[in-house]
Write a protein that binds this ligand. Structure first.
Ligand SMILES: Cc1ncc(COP(=O)(O)O)c(C=O)c1O
Length: 366
């Protein structure tokens, strides 16, 4: 078969270890997954009530326009409905953007390390990838500006950035947006938006009139605790959304995903509570790192990138043996670190204990 050339050097996405696999492997009774930045508090009680009683007609295709959810999300942001696009997770929107705008002859600018799906889809489409190294975990926006040229089609800004968790100060980001030519789409991937606590942070949705070339990605997978349903959305200029809609498959969100996302929006107090707890627990990680003299990046998300003694794969395996699944930095472009999702108070206490054991095993004082 005549596969695209780019596929030759690519490998399918390799998920981290599952809880069941980890239990089997090490004979553990309890395993805590802190590897994919899900919500350790689950989802809103209203979603669970809905799932127990819903009477959806499974034989009927979903609403391909997501009408009901669309009106709720539009109301939440105070925006018009035609500025929204829903995806099978924000992952799918990344793919739609790449498919609509990238190809041979175009280039695309992004940080490194960052969320890997930007480069993944750009590669499949045959576009040139221009990766600008982070500086102390932060996007080098001056480097971005220097990399942009007449063939740049898409710029990806992951904010807060995965895997470092760093947030770009709003004034810096705005100055950058003022410099980007208006014919280039700037994707502001804000999968972790809800967890941001920095007081000076400005909601980028309010910038849409001024910058019609931005598109903002949000998701129900993280703070809303609905990762398994696969639903996220984009906010952009109606013309941008209209073009992306030409690429979207007609029924890309299941009826159940649409319904539970709508339910989840009814309970913003639950989200606020989760984010407050996340903030408290994030500070515990920072204190732990300081106490142990380990570097941790300045996170505004629900995960931290934490320094480990020795090799990150080895450290991850040691933590796994003690019942904690984390993401090795070796797979994320950050050797010497592990990315840890911030769990509940109890989970984190257990994690710190496991990490203490790891430090002792490496001959380090705790
Ligand atoms: C920065 C970022 N963007 C997008 C996604 C995709 O999220 P989803 O497809 O579940 O909405 C993730 C998931 O980890 C992420 O970290």
């Amino acid at each position: 078969m005549n596969w695209k050339k780019a596929l030759e050097s690519m490998t399918p996405y390799k998920p981290g270890r599952s809880i069941e696999e980890a239990k089997r492997l090490y004979g553990l009774k309890e395993v805590v997954k802190l590897a994919s930045n899900e919500n350790p508090y689950g989802c809103a009680p209203a979603v669970k009530d809905y799932l127990a009683t819903s009477a959806l007609q499974y034989e009927i295709y979903p609403d391909g326009y997501a009408s009901s959810l669309r009106s709720k999300v539009a109301a939440k942001h105070g925006i018009s409905e035609e500025t929204l696009l829903f995806g099978n997770g924000s992952d799918e929107i990344v793919m739609i953007i790449a498919r609509a705008l990238l190809g041979v002859g175009a280039n695309t600018v992004m940080a490194t390390p960052t969320f890997p799906q930007y480069a993944h889809h750009a590669k499949i489409e045959g576009a040139e990838i221009r990766e600008i190294p982070l500086q102390n975990g932060q996007h080098d926006l001056e480097g971005f500006s220097a990399a942009i040229d007449d063939h740049t089609a898409v710029v990806w800004v992951c904010n807060p950035n995965n895997p470092t968790g760093n947030l770009i100060p709003s004034d810096r980001l705005k100055t950058f947006l003022e410099q980007v030519p208006k014919n280039i789409l700037v994707v502001l991937d804000e999968a972790y938006f809800e967890f941001i606590t920095a007081s000076e942070h400005v909601d980028s949705v309010t910038w849409l009139d001024e910058f019609p070339n931005i598109i903002i990605l949000r998701t129900f997978s993280k703070a809303y605790g609905l990762a398994s349903f696969r639903i996220g959305y984009a906010v952009g200029h109606p013309e941008v959304i209209s073009n992306l809609n030409k690429v979207r498959s007609p029924f890309n969100n299941s009826s159940l995903a649409l319904a539970v996302a709508e339910k989840a929006l009814e309970d913003e107090a639950f989200i606020a509570q989760c984010c407050e707890l996340n903030h408290e627990q994030r500070q515990r990680f920072n204190h732990y790192a300081t106490e142990k003299n380990l570097h941790v990046f300045d996170s505004e998300a629900n995960f931290v990138l934490l320094e480990v003694p020795g090799d990150a794969d080895h450290a991850s395996e040691q933590l796994l043996q003690q019942g904690f699944i984390v993401r090795s930095g070796n797979a994320l472009g950050t050797p010497g670190y592990v990315r840890v999702t911030i769990g509940t108070e109890e989970q984190n206490t257990g994690f710190f204990k496991a990490f203490d054991t790891l430090l002792v095993g490496e001959g380090l004082q705790v």
